[in-house]
Design a protein around this ligand. Structure first.
Ligand code: GLY
Length: 411
C-alpha cells in the first residue's frame, strides 16, 4: 500500500512539474509575442494612415493588402489593437484602437451580409468591454438590430449571403447559411443582456439549434454552407464554398463551429451546446490528418479518396498542402474557453490549446518584426477554391492568436 502511494506521489510530482514547465514556457512565449506585436503594429500604423483602408493580408505581389470598411474583416485590426492595449495598458494602443474602431461606425447599418457581428463585436465589443464608453454600446445595439433584419422565422436562421452560386454552377443558393455565422451570435446575446429584450437572444438560440441540426455530420464535422428554402425552411443543399469538397471538413469552418458552440454554452449554460462543442473539438483534435504541431491543413480531407472538389482543382499546382494558421488560432482561443467550462474534464482541451499556441509562437509561424507586412502570423489560407490568399498572413489569424494568448494568461 505504502509503495503504491509513493509511486502515485512520484508520478503526480513529475506530472505537475512537467505541466508547470509547459505553462512557464508559454508565459514566456506570450511576453515575446506581445513584444513582437508592439513592433509589428507600430510599423503597421506607420504605413497605414488612411482610416478607410483596413489591413487584411499580403497581395500576390508581396505588398500589404487592404480592404474597405464594408468587408467582413474590418473589425480584426482594431480588435488586435484592443488586445494589445489590454495586455500593455499603454495609452498609445488605446488611442490607435479607438481611432480604428470609430472609423467603422457606419457599419452599424450594414445589412448587406451577416458579418456585422465579426466587424462590430471584435472592434466596438472589445472597446466597450475595456472602456465602458456608452457611445460604443449604442453602436453595438444598432448593429444587433441590423443583424436580425436578416433572420427569417420560417427558416430559423440568419441569412449569411444574399445569394451564392454553387461550385458546379447549377444552383443559385437563395438562402445560404454558413457555419461562420455562429460567430455573429455573441453580439445578439450582448444586445439582450444590455436592453433586457429577449428578441436577440431568441434569434441566436434558433439559429444555433438549426445549425446544430443541419450543419453537422454524425461525427460532428461540419458542412460549410447549408442552403434553405426560405418559404418552407427545408434544407435544400449541404455544400461548401471555401472547403475542398461538399463532404469535406474545411478547417476554419470547424474552428468557427467549436468557437460558436462554446459561446453558446457560455451564454445559456445548456449542456447540449457544451457536449456539441466538445465533440466538434474532438473531431479536430483526434483527426488522423492533424499534423503534430496541431496547425491543420486548410481542409482535413484534401486529396483523399471519396472527396471530389467541384471547383477547378489542380493538385499539381502546389507541391504541398498549405496549413491554415488562422484556423489554429480560432481553435486555440475556443479551446481555452471550452476547457474552462469543462472543469476537471477540460485537461485535454487546455493542453491542446497550449500546444497550438506554442506552435504558433515558434519561428515556424511567428514572423520577425519588419517582415510579413507587419502581421504576426505566417501561413494562413483565405480561400483555396477562389484561388486567393494562399499561405499568407491574415488579419484574423493575428486577432484570434492574441485573444487566445490573453485568455490562456487569465486562465
Ligand atoms: N468568414 C469567412 C472566412 O472564414 O473566410
Amino acid at each position: 500500500m505504502l509503495m503504491k502511494i509513493a509511486i502515485l506521489t512520484f508520478i503526480l510530482f513529475f506530472y505537475t512539474a512537467f505541466l508547470s514547465k509547459d505553462k512557464g514556457k508559454l508565459e514566456k512565449a506570450t511576453g515575446h509575442v506581445f513584444d513582437s506585436a508592439q513592433q509589428h503594429y507600430q510599423n503597421m500604423l506607420r504605413v497605414s494612415k488612411d482610416l478607410t483602408k483596413y489591413p487584411r493580408t499580403s497581395a500576390p505581389n508581396g505588398s500589404l493588402k487592404y480592404t474597405d470598411i464594408h468587408d467582413w474583416t474590418g473589425g480584426f485590426w482594431p480588435g488586435s489593437l484592443w488586445y494589445l492595449y489590454e495586455y500593455t495598458k499603454d495609452p498609445q494602443w488605446l488611442e490607435a484602437a479607438k481611432r480604428w474602431t470609430e472609423s467603422l461606425e457606419k457599419n452599424q447599418f450594414n445589412n448587406t451580409h451577416h458579418d456585422i457581428g465579426f466587424m462590430m463585436y471584435c472592434s466596438y465589443g472589445n472597446g466597450y468591454r475595456l472602456t465602458g464608453d456608452p457611445k460604443y454600446r449604442d453602436v453595438l445595439l444598432q448593429s444587433a438590430k441590423t443583424l436580425i433584419t436578416r433572420f427569417n422565422p420560417t427558416v430559423g436562421c440568419i441569412k449569411s449571403w444574399d445569394q451564392k452560386l454553387s461550385w458546379d454552377g447549377k444552383t443559385m443558393f437563395k438562402y445560404p447559411v454558413i457555419i461562420d455565422n455562429m460567430i455573429n451570435l455573441e453580439l445578439l446575446f450582448f444586445a439582450s443582456k444590455e436592453t433586457g429584450d429577449p428578441v436577440y437572444r431568441n434569434i441566436a438560440l434558433q439559429h444555433a439549434d438549426n445549425t446544430l441540426k443541419n450543419h453537422f455530420r454524425p461525427d460532428y464535422s461540419s458542412y460549410h454552407v447549408v442552403n434553405y428554402d426560405a418559404a418552407t425552411g427545408k434544407v435544400l443543399h449541404q455544400e461548401t464554398n471555401q472547403g475542398f469538397a461538399d463532404n469535406s471538413t474545411w478547417a476554419r469552418g470547424q474552428g468557427w463551429a467549436i468557437y460558436g458552440f462554446t459561446v453558446m454554452y457560455r451564454e445559456t449554460k445548456d449542456n447540449k451546446y457544451l457536449q456539441a462543442a466538445r465533440k466538434m473539438a474532438d473531431y479536430y483534435l483526434d483527426n488522423k490528418n492533424l499534423p503534430d504541431d496541431k496547425v491543420p491543413y486548410w481542409d482535413f480531407n484534401v486529396n483523399q479518396p471519396g472527396f471530389t472538389p467541384k471547383w477547378k482543382y489542380d493538385a499539381a499546382k502546389l507541391s504541398y498542402i498549405p496549413r491554415d494558421a488562422s484556423a489554429a488560432a480560432v481553435v486555440s482561443s475556443a479551446l481555452v474557453e471550452l476547457s474552462q467550462h469543462l472543469g476537471s474534464k477540460g485537461g485535454k482541451y487546455r493542453r491542446a490549446a497550449q500546444h497550438i499556441l506554442t506552435s504558433l509562437s515558434s519561428e515556424a509561424y511567428l514572423a520577425k518584426p519588419g517582415t510579413n507586412n507587419n502581421f504576426l502570423l505566417k501561413h494562413s489560407v483565405g480561400s483555396m477554391p477562389h484561388g486567393v490568399e494562399i499561405d499568407v498572413p491574415l488579419v484574423y489569424a493575428d486577432y484570434y492568436f492574441l485573444e487566445a494568448l490573453l485568455r490562456n494568461k487569465k486562465s
